[in-house]
Design a protein. Structure first.
Length: 327
């Protein structure tokens, strides 16, 4: 899941194409395999040969009862190019149909000009749109297979440099989470670690908070709140951590700021509307509380970037641990 999340962040355009291809493929599988179209009220000439014969038997029997020439002709015409051959089959095996009625019916249809052999319909060649549709489906299948292989077997060649999101994922995997049970504390219901590395301009991690029973309790996450300077990559000077409680009416947010931003009145004025502000320092803990949840954010690691911007104004790397308890 982490790999997929990083892939989406690094290559959003490719992710959109993959989602489109997968969506179309799933739609085709559903429409043709799981829940195909059910045809009703088909034209008579589109039925199977045995059903066309049954239809003609009923038409002749109906004519025996009501002797309505116009109605019989209209019904017979619905057999289309199969009318003559179907009638010949009926004559060869009339079953319980009165031969006299069948002969009268035949005369009526002959006079109406409907009992003449019909030349077989030429086989219709697929239209250009049919060819286009099949070519598009095959192309989508190939693209989907190619992207699926690329996505799940790994896009990075051996020896190629890691992207910022991949570096962050490796750091996160290497972090040992706090063992709260070792300090006689109740273990949290959920515990996550997330890492930001400069260059991950789309950094925005979110996590589901679930009880041990599987009940959904809420969500939490970390994202970029403010940057400083210009150019790429973005220079992040503040993050926001948030927690949503399904039993509360609002999302609680705290802002974690660099030392420069924390002291700068302009940054403080700009960010104070987002939530309570804190200086982001290594090993510092910040608490967020809602009606039924409590989250402790621990700064595992914080490293500032070096450059032409003011000292301690943007982060090179930040690792946070989010531990959540039910109150």
């Amino acid at each position: 899941m982490e790999y997929i999340s990083n892939f989406v962040k690094e290559r959003p355009a490719i992710a959109v194409v993959v989602a489109l291809v997968v969506g179309i493929l799933l739609g085709l599988i559903w429409a043709w395999g799981i829940q195909p179209v059910q045809w009703i009220d088909q034209p008579i000439d589109k039925l199977r040969a045995d059903l066309r014969l049954d239809y003609l038997r009923m038409t002749v029997d109906s004519y025996r009862v009501n002797l309505d020439d116009d109605l019989a002709i209209r019904r017979f015409q619905q057999l289309g190019p199969y009318a003559y051959d179907t009638f010949q089959e009926l004559k060869a095996a009339p079953g319980k149909i009165d031969p006299v009625v069948l002969e009268i019916f035949e005369q009526k249809m002959f006079v109406a000009g409907l009992l003449t052999p019909q030349p077989p319909e030429p086989a219709s060649s697929p239209s250009i749109w049919s060819w286009f549709l099949w070519v598009a489906i095959i192309a989508l299948l190939l693209v989907g297979l190619a992207f699926g292989f690329y996505l799940f077997r790994g896009s990075r060649r051996p020896g190629a440099p890691l992207t910022a999101a991949q570096q962050a994922a490796e750091v996160t995997r290497s972090v040992e989470k706090t063992d709260y049970s070792a300090t006689s504390q109740v273990p949290p219901v959920a515990q996550y670690v997330t890492t930001y590395v400069i260059g991950d301009d789309l950094f925005d991690d979110s996590f589901s908070i679930d009880a041990q029973s599987g009940e959904f309790l809420g969500e939490c996450g970390v994202g970029i709140s403010e940057t400083i300077g210009v150019g790429d990559p973005k220079k992040v000077t503040a993050f926001e951590v948030w927690m949503f409680d399904k039993n509360d009416i609002q999302t609680v947010t705290k802002v974690l700021m660099s030392a420069h931003a924390f002291k700068d009145s302009n940054f403080r004025a700009k960010l104070e509307s987002k939530g309570e502000m804190f200086l982001l320092e290594q090993q510092k803990q910040i608490m967020l509380e809602t009606q039924t949840l409590q989250m402790v954010v621990t700064v595992i690691d914080a490293q500032y970037g070096q450059g032409q911007l003011p000292d301690q104004s943007y982060f090179e790397r930040v690792t946070l641990e989010l531990a959540i308890w039910s109150k």
